[in-house]
Design a protein around this ligand. Structure first.
Ligand code: 5CA
Length: 463
């Protein structure tokens, strides 16, 4: 992409309505624009990152054996009356009437609709286990939408639902989700810690939230500092293996880590004092096992091996896809702007031309642009007629992890400059070498950036 042709409405001033850094930077970097309280348009740069995050979620869901699907945002109230949640959900649910006076609603979550699909089509235990998920917009009429995409009213969520014959099978599905979420967040450059939580309006006893530690987080959390040393890395695991998933679940959840809703002072007191931490966190996902709550209420049964009909055991599993942009920025920025982790960066590298119009500099930039593009990478070339300082400020603000700076002086010696956004370190090298370095960084990137780029094509060919 050439910046002169891109739509990147950056703001020089700090927007006064933004209280936290991620909201401020998303507005300043021209990623989002508020349309009404807690409802945002996604401008090209923000939308690109949103799609990258979605792609990682899709890939990791596929790896765990879950099936992608899509359900409507507007649903009939009737199903919600069956489960008893139409009244129970309260003011957060946006209720609508259609022209025939029928009660409709904008989905805040989709347990009822998926259970209705299940009961219409599945009647035997032989079709289990089954997990389906979607990435779809949700609406919750939050009392206090704030912090930009962090607590929106309209927000993008991955919601997945498992159907199993027995409680044991459903608990395996729960563990499998936990494992796949660990991997999902790490690919986004995040450390999200599973913490025992409260189930709220979804219901059930077993639930963990995934929290990214940040001072601006809305949740108060208590944990044993040993949990922050755990990483999933690029372990190969068999998601069908009950033992492997249970072992990872045990490894990541046996140490004390709880949100304030489930915090237990006495238990916390058993953690060695020097490892006891109280902090704030951003909830980027939550998994639930709620057994037969919905299947019993809505008659979702299967015939078991003994010929008897039994309600299926279920759970639901959410990832805050749009909230993740805010969480990643809270975890990765400096005074000059965003610092995107390689896994989610909107462009792989920026090219800054220090002297637009200089024949040699222009040609070198064009050559870099063509070489990176030919490798399947997406560069952002700042080809505007602007001062170098302004170009650097824009690149720093929008946070591309790598920048190649090209100027007549360097070119006289046959070199360009490669700069890391994270460390600020620069190195001079011939242009071909800079291209190779960027190629290697993304090829060697954790969990296979190559696979991710292939998926970009298959999932979102319309971009
Ligand atoms: N049905 C279940 C799981 S699919 C469910 O709705 N879970 S949830 O309520 O925990 O939401 C899942 C995730 O969506 C949360 O962990 C959070 O990351 C995100 N989320 C929830 N409310 C908002 C909001 N108002 N703005 C942005 N993200 C939100």
């Amino acid at each position: 992409m050439r910046l002169s042709r891109y739509f990147l409405p950056v703001l020089k001033e700090n927007p006064s309505e933004a209280q936290i850094v991620s909201h401020r930077l998303m507005l300043r970097a021209g990623m989002i624009k508020q349309s009404s309280a807690g409802i945002y348009s996604w401008l090209p740069l923000g939308f690109k990152v949103l799609r990258k995050i979605e792609n990682i979620v899709h890939e990791e869901q596929a790896r765990a054996g879950h099936h992608a699907m899509l359900m409507p945002t507007i649903q009939s109230a009737d199903l919600w009356r069956e489960s008893g949640r139409y009244d129970a959900y309260g003011e957060e649910m946006l209720r609508i009437k259609d022209r025939g006076g029928r009660d409709m609603l904008f989905t805040p979550t989709a347990e009822e609709l998926i259970t209705d699909i299940f009961r219409a089509h599945v009647s035997s235990y032989k079709d289990l286990p089954l997990t389906m998920y979607q990435i779809q917009w949700k609406f919750r009429d939050e009392i206090r939408p704030r912090f930009g995409v962090m607590r929106g009213r309209e927000f993008l969520m991955k919601d997945g639902y498992n159907f199993d014959l027995t409680k044991e099978d459903a608990l395996h599905a729960y563990n499998r989700h936990l494992v796949s979420y660990l991997r999902t967040y790490e690919r986004m450059g995040l450390r999200a810690i599973p913490m025992r939580a409260d189930s709220g309006p979804i219901g059930g006893d077993d639930t963990h939230e995934f929290l990214v530690l940040a001072d601006t987080g809305e949740s108060e959390v208590f944990y044993d500092s040993a949990v922050t040393d755990l990483t999933f890395g690029d372990r190969e695991i068999d998601y069908d293996s009950v033992e492997q998933c249970a072992a990872i679940m045990e490894e990541f959840t046996s140490k004390y880590a709880r949100t304030d809703e489930t915090h237990d002072e006495a238990l916390f007191g058993e953690v060695p004092e020097e490892r006891r931490r109280t902090a704030r966190g951003i909830e980027v996902g939550q998994i639930f096992y709620f057994g037969t709550k919905y299947s019993e209420a809505m008659g979702a049964t299967v015939q078991g091996p003994d010929g008897k009909n039994v309600p299926v055991h279920m759970g639901s599993h959410g990832i805050g896809v749009s909230r993740l942009l805010g969480a990643i920025i809270e975890a990765s920025h400096d005074d000059n702007g965003i610092i995107w982790p390689e896994g989610v960066t909107p462009f792989h590298a920026g090219i800054v031309n220090l002297k637009q119009g200089d024949a040699e500099a222009d040609a070198a930039c064009e050559a870099l642009y063509a070489s990176l593009t030919a490798l399947g990478l997406e560069p952002l070339y700042d080809d505007r007629n602007e001062r170098a300082g302004g170009k650097f400020a824009t690149m720093d603000l929008i946070g591309l992890p790598w920048r190649i700076t090209v100027g007549p002086r360097g070119l006289k010696n046959g070199v360009v400059e490669l700069t890391s956004r994270r460390t600020g370190e620069s190195e001079e090298m011939p242009p071909e070498q800079a291209v190779e370095r960027i190629r290697d960084i993304y090829a060697g990137h954790k969990h296979g950036q190559h696979v991710e780029m292939m998926a970009n094509r298959s999932f979102h060919t319309y971009i």
